[in-house]
Design a binder for this molecule. Sequence first.
Ligand code: MOS
Length: 754
Amino acid sequence: MKKEAIIEDPYLEYIDLANIGGDQAAAPPLPQPAQPKPGEFKLIGKYTPRVDGRKIVTGEALYTHDLVFEGMLIAKILRSPHASADVVSVDLGPALSYPGVKAALKLKDGRVKWAGEPIAAVAAVDERTAEESLKLIKVEYKVLPHVVSVDKAMAQGAPLVQNEGNVAKSNEYTRGDAEKGFKEADVIFEQTYKTSWEVHQPTETHGSLAKWDGDNLTVWDSTQAIQSVRDGLARSLAMPASRIKVIKHYMGGGFGSKLGVNDHTIIAARMAKETGRPVKILLTRQENSDCVGYRPTAWMTVRAGAKKDGTLTALTLKNYNCGGIGRGDRCSEPFTDVYKCANVKVEEYAVFVNTCGSRATRAPGHTQATFGLEGFMEELAARLSLDPLELRLKNYSTKDKGDTGTPYSTKGLEQCYKLGAEKIGWSRRNKKPGAGNGTVRTGLGMASQIWPGAGVPGTLADVKLYNDGSVEVDCGTQDIGTGTRTHIAIVAAETLGLEPRDISVHIGNSDLPWAPISGGSLTVPSVAPAVRDAALKAAEYLKGLAAKKLNVAPAEIVLEDKKAVSKTDPGKSIDLKELARTIPRPMPFHGERANMTPGFAYQTFGAHFAEVEVDTETGKIKVKKVVAAHDIGRVLNRQTAESQVIGAITQGMSAALFEEKIMDPETGTMLNPNLHDYKVATAMDIPEIVPIFADVIDDRLNNLGTKGLGEPPRIPASAVIANAVFNAIGVHVREIPMTPARVLAALKRKEAGK
Ligand code: MOS
């Protein structure tokens, strides 16, 4: 290992954005309106169906894939079939002279480092012509040796993926003195846990459509980040950001793979410029599987010292992350933050192989780390003959950095433990793992979760009142699929005494007031408080108008049931529609998401409990039930919140049992780049899922006390199943996906007493 400097990877930078609450803690808070008392809300916290649910299920909602423009060209990318090669020459000539081809671009010179790297692109009158003409591009490669497996990349004499070597330090953290902590321990325990390459597999593959109007560019993109795509395009095309508009109406998921500007988006923009025609480019399922990232693997060796009563005296992690040619994730935070422990040491390394770079994947780092940390805690509990829940409570922290740092503003993890354990019937678990009888064994497991999800101060939203009484909300956010339009409509309607369907929600256009990426569980806790702020200002204005009309003080007025009503004399009221007639012009009210109160740490928390059945003859696992208890502050809409949890558990179970990107060592290509060979859980696999919310309102966080939920329920969702399997069969599989072969191998290991 030559390189000691800690490496960075810009595509993963957003993880730091997720920590923005911590960075902002020093800034003075903006004034925030007081939060309503319990029971004061009519819509917030209740079940509200999606305002656009009908549109989505009937196919009326527009996805990037649906868009067709007059004269539109279709572009396709020629990709390297080799995992490592030098591009000697690229001849576009024969493709360019193919009838129907309007443009061709050379994209690569020099070293190719993964199979799938873009080499050239064509734009043609239709998809078929584009595909056919790609075959005519002549590329001469000098093929070089490659490596696509983590073990082989780390071995002596492996082909070098990066010049400095195939292993580089990516993260380190120390507090206290781990060696001293181990000396104080009654028990020292060490285990290694592994996670696989997990592909995002959004329902809608990546896609972009670019159209120029003179010097102005409009791009429709299947993205989680319209604002970042605009800024990225401006940089890539060396043009003013002010001349670029990025639009995304609806999308079929992203899970972290769609957080920035993509090669194919830049290609579409360049070819649209060259041809003077709109250019659309959609990635195939194969390209989506092997060219636009995945969750990096983790290979975590966890070591802890503990007293007999379970008190942790030392905790260390040595982790090898593999994110292809990229840095991979950092997995330290759950290790450094979840449990009270004074002596902690983390060392992480990136291992480079010849596959495309990994990308943020639903709770990057935390998800892998939680499989390692929580698997370890379950095994440690068994080693100490303690109830796994007691072990966790024994090491409960109320401050960050394992109880050595800043106090958490709120932490509802204890409530999550209590509510979840009750609901699953925790006392039913095998007191000793594997204690049951028969071929089919049942077990219960648990896992804890931490994740920032506090939202981004500075997020903007406008509420506009029209003089016919209609209301519009403008916000440059996007709906990744979680129901953002509904969340915005609920907050505005609640504040103005209207119904969600009365609010026209304008989002998905980068010209609208700034909002952050829909990633990092940031959307609700960033956007909802900004909308609330704007709506409160609009409400004040309406109350002022009503007060004059009704001849009472503005403080007297409440807005409810589409009326302005006097609190003391309910006989005095006026319809909001009628009141609005006095508005001289459309009135905009600007809202901003304020800073958090300084001096506190803001995180989301949760605990999952699972019940599984394991067939010890076949090695098959059946997940029976998952109870998911979460502290996300105030729940905005219970209906969409529950659906986040159900989706995340399905995805986590899928990763625990099935999902794995498999690379062919011979060719350096992906063997399962489709949804037939890459197995994703379907309806048949999904267990009973019980979402529970702890409803711990955080008054210091924002004007709604609400945190994010996009990622939290994904974090413990694989770990909890592995832990339930451990409780069922008495041996921890320690590697996901827990295929039948791996389960049977673990049972053999147990028989052999290893
Ligand atoms: Mo992200 S990994 O898009 O929340």
